[in-house]
Ligand binder design. Sequence first.
Ligand code: PRP
Length: 183
Amino acid sequence: MFDFLRILYTRDQIADQVHRLGKEIDRDYAGREILLVCVLKGSFLFFADLVRSISRPMVMDFVRMASYGCDTISSGVVEMRKDLEFSVTDRDVIIVEDIVDTGYTLQTLYHRLLDRKPRSLKVCTLLDKRSDRRVQIEADYVGLSLDEGFVVGYGLDHQEKYRELPDLYVLEGSPCVDKERPI
Ligand code: PRP
């Protein structure tokens, strides 16, 4: 079965929102150094653009989170496959996500980092999909909202495909197949 991609947000619309988010973060973090945490893999393009739209001093680190379950719906079982290299203790930390969907990934990472006692901990997400939320967690900075559909492109994948696309698309025509093991 072939996937069909329907355009959701163009690269120009994404760039406008990334620019806005950078300005908001600049405004909120005056005089402070930020530790920006990229949640791999999906956030890598958003992260690369976001850090270049922020003018405050910063350091960067990377985590790899992954959830088991169906292709298009998280099971709620989230594992950290790569931890941060820096300590977050007493730092001003922003988690950078590509999408908050059920919220399981963000909730797991947020509480892990909170246990390490950062000075502050906020969340910036490119996409906020509240209709699928299963746990109560909200991002502090939101680029774009969506109600339904499985989104690919600009870092987001379906079975590891489409991450390289410069625009965001809704994937149509792919069945949801349960997986016993993560990719
Ligand atoms: C995706 C996405 C988010 C998470 C959001 O990651 O990048 O991290 O799902 O979904 P949730 O709110 O339902 O937990 P995924 O586990 O697919 O790994 P990837 O980033 O490597 O694509």
